[in-house]
Design a protein. Structure first.
Length: 253
């Protein structure tokens, strides 16, 4: 079974051939229409191969966005939750853009089932996991960085560097989903109330574990953390201007 279905416009055939070769070098099986056998029905084979593939990789370009065939193949991949858009035209034209790839190791919008990016089959058996960095580089992007979504300082600095880069830059934000396939929960953080200056910086995160407390500072409500909802991600502690959000063992008595 082909794991990657490569969709492209005929004008991009040379680039498709290069990308397919790069992916096969990485150990992936790639199907693209040069493998069509004489006498086979084009539409029938395409539909069959898409349904058998674990990933639909689309080479978006000025030519492909106007191709009815490419749009249909992309829609099929989108409906199955296996669509991976490429940056071929941006690289080709030297566009100055920064792309964020948010890798949470699951498919949240369709129920969290396994796919080619999780490293497991639908039966829970081990399987090759798509290397997104290698995939992006195979599309021609040279400036690629991977960051931990929970390390705000590194994310901020990396984004500054990516935006300053001339050409296409890709930042891969890598952090497993806290709900699927298993719920991830660390020690709940706590607020040292006397130190809280009610700056409200943490509240801008929109975290459901953060709520207003009855205590106030200069007319503004301080915050508290609902331990039953906190997963211990530490984002609130990183933005706290008063250094009053701590892990339990570090909380002042």
């Amino acid at each position: 079974m082909a794991r990657i279905f490569l969709s492209y416009a005929s004008e991009d055939r040379d680039r498709a051939r290069e990308l397919a070769a790069d992916l096969e070098t990485l150990g992936w099986a790639v199907w693209w229409d040069h493998k069509l056998q004489a006498g086979k029905t084009f539409a029938g084979v395409i539909e069959s191969e898409i349904k058998k593939s674990d990933c639909v990789l689309v080479l978006w370009s000025k030519a492909s966005i106007t191709s009815r065939w490419v749009r249909d193949e992309a829609n099929e991949g989108l409906e199955r939750g296996v669509l991976v858009p490429a940056l071929i035209d941006a690289v080709y034209n030297g566009a100055d853009i920064t792309v964020l790839l948010l890798d949470n190791h699951t498919t949240a919008m369709t129920g969290g089932q396994d796919h080619a990016g999780t490293g497991r089959t639908l039966r829970g058996e081990p399987a090759p996991r798509v290397d997104f960095e290698a995939l992006v580089r195979a599309a021609g992007v040279t400036w690629v960085r991977k960051v931990d979504s929970y390390d705000l300082a590194v994310v901020h600095q990396t984004l500054r560097e990516a935006i300053a880069h001339r050409g296409v830059s890709v930042v891969i934000s890598d952090r497993p989903c806290v709900i699927d396939p298993v719920r991830i929960k660390g020690p709940a953080l706590q607020v040292v109330e006397p130190q809280c200056n009610a700056c409200q910086s943490c509240m801008n995160l929109g975290c459901p574990a953060l709520t207003w407390s009855e205590a106030t500072f200069e007319g503004r409500h301080k915050v508290k953390i609902d331990a039953s909802l906190c997963i211990g991600c530490s984002l609130c502690a990183q933005v706290c201007t008063a250094d009053c959000i701590r892990a339990p063992e570090a909380t002042l008595q």
